[in-house]
Design a protein around this ligand. Structure first.
Ligand code: FAD
Ligand code: FES
Length: 252
């Protein structure tokens, strides 16, 4: 797979420390499925390795990603202006698989929303959405999902439910657990661990999008492995066998 060249159309700050980047690609990415990601870099930008980002949206040759500034690569990206050239490799990885017999429940924490938004869009109102973040400043990340009436938790109680998203989900679990639900999730490790603890006794199926540091993104370097319950081959590459996994097969 080769990089696709692109040029930045817009790169806006949407909340403190969060940006939305739109890139016009010079070639097609082909079919893109919810949960897949791209590896992106700015050529000659001083950061050698590409960085992985979920495909937030892809339409008519325009790729959108939502990202949080956490280090050198995302800092550099946040400063890139309109018309800056970028290199994009993708779509990469496995995607969320939908089972029409199940009622989808999406659970996201913070920038984990970027990993599940394409799924929410595809489900177009059929999913119950639970989102958690620190303060109301981050609620703006959910702007595109607002038509689907997400339930929102903030740690400081400045918007919606006061507490974390798993506490919020717990309040609604009685109404959900008898409905043949399947959970789709992306968020910080602690959130995913709490989610596992909450839904495990109820045997609820769950697909999780894992975010691991990546070097190649294409299955070559084994820099992104995660331990699973597979006895024969316990270590799976997040970029190749993931990033979407069955939660019950992951050792957290
Ligand atoms: C499949 C996948 C999809 C992703 N989608 C998105 C997305 O849509 N939006 C987004 O903002 N981020 C996403 N990420 C995470 C993103 O790739 C990292 O935040 C980014 O690579 C950090 O680069 P940096 O150079 O700014 O930070 P670095 O300087 O490399 O690291 C800064 C800090 O962030 C930590 N860190 C770096 N990468 C990761 C990671 N992958 N997971 C957890 N901690 C990390 C480091 O340990 C360090 O503490 C995704 C990651 C994966 C694997
Ligand atoms: S990042 Fe190289 S194998 Fe996954």
């Amino acid at each position: 797979m080769d990089d696709i060249e692109g040029k930045i159309l817009s790169n806006k700050s949407i909340a403190p420390g969060y940006c939305l980047l739109r890139v016009r690609l010079s070639g097609s990415m082909g079919v893109v499925r919810p949960g897949q990601f791209i590896m992106m870099k700015i050529p000659d930008g001083g950061v050698f390795l590409r960085r992985p980002f979920s495909i937030y949206d892809y339409q008519k040759g325009v790729l959108t990603i939502m990202y949080k500034v956490v280090g050198k690569g995302t800092e550099q990206l946040s400063k890139a202006i309109k018309d800056t050239p970028v290199l994009t490799l993708g779509p990469l990885g496995k995607w969320f698989v939908l089972d029409k017999r199940r009622v989808p429940v999406v659970v996201a924490g913070g920038i984990g929303f970027a990993g599940v938004y394409a799924l929410i869009k595809k489900l177009h109102g059929k999913a119950s959405i639970f989102f958690g973040c620190s303060t109301k400043d981050e609620v703006v990340l959910l702007k595109d999902a607002m038509p689907f009436h997400p339930l929102i938790a903030t740690l400081d109680g400045s918007y919606g439910f006061r507490g974390n998203v798993i506490q919020l989900l717990k309040k609604h679990l009685n109404g959900l657990k008898d409905k043949n639900v399947e959970v789709f999730t992306c968020g910080p490790d602690n959130m995913v661990k709490s989610l596992k603890g909450l839904i495990e006794p109820h045997g609820i199926p769950c697909q999780v999008l894992l975010e691991e540091r990546m070097a190649c993104g294409m299955g070559l370097c084994f820099g992104c492995v995660k331990k699973t319950t597979d006895v024969q081959e316990p270590y799976k590459r997040v970029c190749k066998e993931g990033p979407v996994f069955d939660l019950w097969e992951i050792s957290l």
